[in-house]
Design a protein around this ligand. Structure first.
Ligand code: IPM
Ligand code: MN
Length: 351
């Protein structure tokens, strides 16, 4: 009997719905070849729903996603009609925080050599590393205060929060993943030379690291790491860092391997419903034109199938996308001429 999985989809805003719709048959195909059946559960949340109803993510919907589905696949959130993007904050950050999805897993793997913008990479060696971005605290809690707003003395205070259990679990997750995937180097990044609160990351990293004697550990200040990711990205394997630095560096990493049109991410906690989203945004100018690159959403689907334990499915997707890139089955943004669905249908066939 094939196993059935319920996947909620939140297409969201801009190109979000188009890329999710294009990715669905591809993901479904890969799953079916591994004897899994996906049942889609579309959810209406996003800017339009918010503007029509005033709701971002209502409580019953949150509970439904928490309790009744196996995974959530999200397109993109962000719409010029919602000036402060409060719906995106509620839905995306809300799900990350409330489902306690503490691992933001963002792989950066060069699938097609010529797409790397650096002429210094060695095309005979892999460029393949992953970010473990802490996803539940740091600068993202929105804690702080404002004083004298609108006066020349205005002061905005934003607090960064790092707590030992949360730093411990993300560092442990990075080491565990490294060990399971045959990696031998974990890099931890912070800014402890300027921000004293970051020193705790170093202490915990060292302590947990002793449990993984076969893995080499190193520390990089985030500024130096940004430089080194450009100078020699091929030396990295696993990078673990706080929420904000992971956000920033993962865009850098995405560009190293072909840009936002290819960057996938998973927000996970083994105890919760996972949330899977391409790293790219809603790209309002591209919306509705059929030109958005569906590859990030498709590769995000691969992460989702892997995380659900559907063996071999993620790999099939990655191989098919790699072939598409090699054969120039690409949208405008990568220099091609094909439409969103032309690319996704080709990948589906290739699988
Ligand atoms: C990301 C995005 C989000 C983040 C924004 C939209 C809040 O940039 O997923 O990387 O900062 O986490
Ligand atoms: Mn980001």
């Amino acid at each position: 009997m094939p196993q059935q999985y319920t996947i909620a989809t939140i297409g969201g805003d801009g190109i979000g719905p188009e890329v999710i719709e294009a990715a669905q048959p591809v993901i479904e195909k890969a799953a079916s070849l591994s004897d899994a059946i996906l049942k889609w559960d579309p959810q209406p949340y996003g800017a339009s729903h918010y503007l029509e109803t005033g709701e971002t993510l209502p409580e019953p919907a949150f509970e439904h996603l928490r309790d009744n589905v196996d995974a959530i696949l999200l397109g993109a959130l962000g719409d010029p009609r919602v000036k402060k993007n409060e719906h995106a904050r509620d839905i995306l950050l809300g799900l990350r925080f409330r489902l306690d999805l503490f691992v933001n897993f963002r792989p950066c793997k060069l699938l097609h050599g010529p797409m790397c913008p650096l002429n210094t990479v060695d095309q005979t060696r892999p460029l393949d590393f992953v970010f473990f971005r802490e996803n539940t605290e740091g600068s993202y809690l929105g804690r702080g205060s404002s004083n004298n707003v609108g006066t020349p003395e205005e002061e905005q205070i934003s607090e960064e929060v790092h707590t030992a259990p949360k730093v411990t679990r993300i560092i442990r997750a990075a080491f565990e993943w490294a060990e399971k995937n045959g990696k031998t180097l974990v890099t931890m990044s912070d800014k402890s030379n300027a921000i004293p609160a970051h020193r705790m990351w170093g202490r915990i990293f060292e302590e947990i690291g002793t449990e993984y004697p076969n893995i080499e550990k190193e520390h990089r200040y985030v500024d130096a790491l940004a430089m080194e990711l450009v100078r020699d990205p091929q030396r990295f394997e696993v990078i673990v860092t706080n929420n904000l630095y992971g956000d920033i560096l993962s865009d850098l990493g995405a560009q190293l391997v072909g840009g936002m049109g290819l960057a996938a991410s998973a927000n996970v906690n083994p105890e919760s419903t996972g949330l899977f989203e391409p790293v790219h945004g809603s790209a309002p100018p591209l919306t509705g034109k059929g030109v958005a690159n569906p590859m990030a959403a498709i590769l995000t689907g691969a992460l989702m199938l892997d995380s659900l334990g559907i063996e071999g499915a993620g790999d099939k997707i990655e191989k098919a996308v790699t072939r598409a890139l090699a054969e120039d089955i690409i949208t405008e943004e990568l220099g091609g001429k094909l439409s969103t669905t032309e690319v996704s249908s080709w990948i589906e066939e290739a699988i």
